[in-house]
Design a binder for this molecule. Structure first.
Ligand SMILES: [Zn+2]
Length: 167
């Protein structure tokens, strides 16, 4: 079957790949023309394709997440991944911090932009009917005594070293 293109450099299958979904038999199919598909296309058009055009190849690590998958990986219950409005990615040749800083300075139309643990960038669109919030955050993992580490979101795009001092 031919790959379905969302924008000049992005294909639908890049957003529906998940080892966890395969292992648990979760259906990742997205209906062309449906709501999730339209949101993914808008995500590519407004954000990912402009990033690709300026910085080069974008590697999507997580795109669409059906609710069952989101639950399994303990994602936020209101995650924009569940409606195809968000993606996690890295860009070849740049650190996630560099990518997030570039987006913040050059692409002021994201709904939420998160520098996640120094490992990847999360970005989302508001969608066709809402204004973009331009909410930028840095996620850090804070060790807890006798408990699992806690994720804290610090305002702004910061290095992880800077972000932990502001927790
Ligand atoms: Zn994400």
């Amino acid at each position: 079957m031919d790959r379905i293109k969302l924008s000049p450099n992005f294909y639908l299958d890049e957003f529906t790949r998940s080892q966890t979904a395969v292992r648990h038999g979760i259906d990742m199919s997205v209906v062309p023309g449906g709501l999730i598909y339209s949101n993914l296309r808008l995500l590519c058009k407004q954000l990912l394709q402009p990033i690709r055009n300026e910085l080069g190849p974008v590697n999507i690590s997580s795109g669409y997440r059906p609710l069952a998958l989101n639950k399994l990986i303990r994602g936020s219950s209101s995650s924009q991944h569940c409606i195809g409005k968000a993606a996690d990615f890295t860009v070849t040749g740049y650190t996630p911090l560099q990518v997030a800083q570039w987006i913040e300075a050059n692409l002021p139309r994201y709904d939420q932009l998160i520098h996640e643990f120094g490992q990847w960038v999360h970005i989302s669109i508001a969608g066709p009917f809402r204004d973009a919030r331009l909410n930028s955050l840095t996620a850090v993992s804070v060790p807890q005594r006798f408990r699992k580490p806690k994720t804290v979101y610090v305002p702004g795009i910061l290095s992880i070293e800077d972000a932990v001092t502001r927790v």
